[in-house]
Design a protein around this ligand. Structure first.
Ligand code: PEP
Ligand code: MN
Length: 306
């Protein structure tokens, strides 16, 4: 079964150019002394024994939408609320996010549910402002090689969720992680979110092998974003199960009260009921890991969802 044995095998089978040639990302590479790092976010440990699920809307749209979603995902066992306030959209004519107002709503949702907050930062000019509100600073796929941004995040004092560029190799991803680490921040979570291939049936192609490869060569936690990988909500639960089996440390999933009304990424967003079902179905797949992980919902102080 997966676990150390499999990882050692992967390390032996991997492209020989990876063997020991980690100088461009030596600060994040796995070593005998540093084989695993845990990123502390409030009372949560990402990369430890818990499987941490981050969930919420693609974009913060309104107070009602966000608070309802926060409550529903917390009830279902998520520990971190996602939601973009500053949105990088494929079209410049699409909804660009609520900006500061969105950040304030995220902070309110944290207060009401106890969930930690992850939200995207697109520009180095926004780093200080977003760090005042976010518990985790998200770097989107389009920004993975924005070195000015990565450098500023190295000094922001907050953990960083670094998403893989859609055309980036794993070596590119680790080099970007190194830029953040060199600037002084080693609290980095890597995220596989699908890459561009010739396949058009899915929005991106989930590179499921990225998880065991990254966990073999780097000491950082690795999570998967099945929503942006699939582009279709119906595929998200099975990709989440696959991520659990290959050893991911968690997930980031898009959830919306009414996906068909969402201002962004509705087709890949789960309803509350589908998310709840997905969470209920995950544990047996986590048990397939040698170091069995647990979904450990927080004790809730919120009322009923829906
Ligand atoms: C997002 O998380 O909403 C997002 C824009 O993700 P990505 O950068 O992976 O496309
Ligand atoms: Mn999205």
């Amino acid at each position: 079964m997966p676990g150390d044995l499999t990882l050692n095998k992967i390390a032996r089978l991997m492209n020989p150019k990876w063997n020991g040639q980690f100088s461009c990302f030596d600060l994040v590479a796995k070593t005998r002394e540093r084989s695993r790092s845990v990123v502390q976010v409030r009372d949560l440990e990402i990369g430890g024994n818990d499987f941490v699920v981050m969930a919420g809307p693609c974009a913060v749209e309104s107070e009602r939408q966000l608070l309802q979603t926060a409550e529903a995902v917390a009830q279902a066992g998520a520990r971190v609320l996602r939601g973009g306030a500053f949105k990088p959209r494929s079209s410049p004519y699409s909804f660009q996010g609520l900006g500061l107002e969105g950040l304030k709503l995220l902070a309110k949702a944290r207060e009401e549910t106890g969930l930690a907050i992850v939200t995207e930062v697109m520009s180095e000019q926004d780093v200080d402002l977003i760090a005042e509100y976010a518990d985790i600073m998200q770097v989107g796929t389009r920004s993975m090689e924005n070195y000015a941004l990565l450098d500023a995040l190295g000094r922001c004092g907050r953990p960083v969720l670094l998403k893989r560029g859609m055309t980036a190799t794993l070596e590119d991803l680790l080099r970007s992680a190194q830029v953040i680490a060199v600037a002084g921040n080693s609290q980095i979570i890597l995220c596989e979110r699908g890459i561009r291939t010739f396949e058009t049936a899915t929005r991106n192609t989930l590179d499921i092998a990225a998880v065991p490869v990254l966990k073999t060569v780097a000491h950082l936690p690795v999570i998967v974003d099945p929503s942006h990988a699939a582009g279709v909500g119906a595929l998200v639960p099975v990709l989440s199960k696959a991520s659990a089996v290959v050893g991911a440390d968690g997930l980031i999933v898009e959830v919306h009260p009414s996906p068909d009304q969402a201002l962004s990424d509705g087709s890949q967003s789960l309803t509350f009921a589908d998310f709840r079902q997905m969470m209920q179905d995950l544990q047996p797949y986590l048990d397939l890991q040698q170091a069995a992980r647990q979904l450990r919902p927080q004790l809730l102080a919120v009322g009923g969802a829906d």
